[in-house]
Design a protein around this ligand. Structure first.
Ligand code: SAM
Ligand code: DTB
Ligand code: SF4
Length: 339
């Protein structure tokens, strides 16, 4: 680090914003925990400046990619994810629904396209899909692709064969979140391991499907756990193409329903660090937007978030009204990106 000599012989350090932005020209996969913690410890303005600078080297800063979600099979899930209203382990208000017919899925995708979504994400409350469901799932992928949309699915753990079936059907993205750090994982989920998740992610990557993988903030995790999650994501051989960062939606009946609310600025900080560490990935401001002010979402975009879920429902919980989102984008001069 160069320093500046001043006449009375004191030495002053340059501002962080004057430091070379080493992260911008290359994608790194060797992040050390101490470096990540140093990013989290930066003064907020320095961190946001750095994130926005990196963001502009890789993306149009005024474009946001728009995805719409649909729950194609709802509730009754065998897993015990402590945040999830769809787990059969908890008593929530949710109505269980079996797998939707292909035609109904295509109808919902058409509407999403009309509203301006470029990607359609189909989610199922499964630990893993059954082999007998694969043909119908493949039909859904093909039919949604025929509409000219990108397709994404999130179905739980996959076998090699299931992964290949989805790839052959033309699936563009597979969402499979790590949710938090490896160390904190068993505080949140006990019915599977972190390694189970990593195994499916590797299958998806090796099959040539784009990876969508991120996490949830506000589950009582420490800054160190947030750093751990981002370290695992960024140190994968290839960065996930999409990195959804969810704010926990606290649903009555789930074990995490009464967790202390996260400081909104800590959410923004984590997005900024994700942007710096994975500069060419779409970082998605995901669940939890109904609990965020317009101003907080604006800070998220400034921190480098450049994708959102659009449409009044996520999977089972509320998302902002589409008209409100359109208005916010207009106020900010944000355009929908074609992919
Ligand atoms: N069952 C599949 C799985 O878990 O991979 C796919 C569906 S699951 C609902 C998809 C993701 O939604 C989870 O990995 C989690 O990150 C997110 N999610 C679930 N409930 C949430 C909540 N209450 N708040 C925020 N994100 C949530
Ligand atoms: C992701 O990271 N968030 C989305 C999507 N991937 C599948 C799901 C959010 C779910 C929020 C709770 C619900 O609506 O059930
Ligand atoms: Fe099941 Fe997915 Fe919910 Fe976990 S997050 S309980 S795996 S639907």
């Amino acid at each position: 680090m160069s320093t500046t000599q001043v006449s009375d012989n004191h030495t002053i350090q340059p501002m962080v914003s004057e430091l070379p932005l080493q992260a911008v020209s290359q994608l790194r996969h060797d992040w050390q925990r101490s470096e990540i913690e140093a990013l989290f410890s930066l003064p907020f303005n320095d961190l946001l400046f750095k994130a926005q600078t990196v963001h502009r080297q890789f993306f149009d800063a005024n474009e946001v990619q728009i995805s719409t979600l649909l729950s194609i099979k709802t509730g009754g899930c065998a897993e015990d994810c402590g945040y999830c209203p769809q787990s059969a382990h908890y008593q929530t208000d949710l109505q269980r629904e079996k797998m939707m017919p292909v035609e109904a899925v295509v109808e919902a995708a058409k509407q999403a396209k009309q509203q301006g979504a470029s990607r359609f994400c189909m989610g199922a409350a499964w630990r893993e899909p059954k082999d007998r469901d694969m043909a119908e799932l493949a039909d859904m992928v093909e039919a949604v692709k025929d509409l000219g949309m990108e397709t994404c699915m999130t179905l739980g753990m996959l076998t090699d064969q299931q992964t290949r079936q989805l790839k052959d059907a033309g699936l563009d993205y597979y969402n499979h979140n790590l949710d938090t750090s490896e160390e904190y994982y068993d505080q949140i989920i006990t019915t599977r391991t972190y390694q189970d998740r990593l195994d499916t992610l590797q299958r998806v990557r090796e099959a040539g499907i784009n990876v969508c993988c991120g996490g949830i903030l506000g589950m009582g995790e420490s800054v160190n756990d947030r750093a751990g999650l981002l370290q695992t994501l960024a140190n994968m051989p290839k960065h996930p193409e999409s990195v959804p960062i969810n704010l926990l939606v606290q649903v009555e009946g789930t074990p995490l329903a009464t967790t202390d609310k996260l400081d909104p600025l800590d959410f923004v900080r984590t997005l900024a660090v994700a942007r710096i560490m994975m500069p060419s990935s779409r970082v998605r401001l995901s669940a939890g937007r109904t609990d965020m002010s317009d101003e907080m979402q604006t800070l998220c975009f400034l921190a480098g978030a450049n994708s959102v879920f659009y449409g009044e429902k996520l999977l089972t919980t509320d998302n902002p009204e589409s008209s409100h989102d359109r208005q916010l984008f207009k106020r900010l001069g944000i355009n929908a990106s074609p992919s």
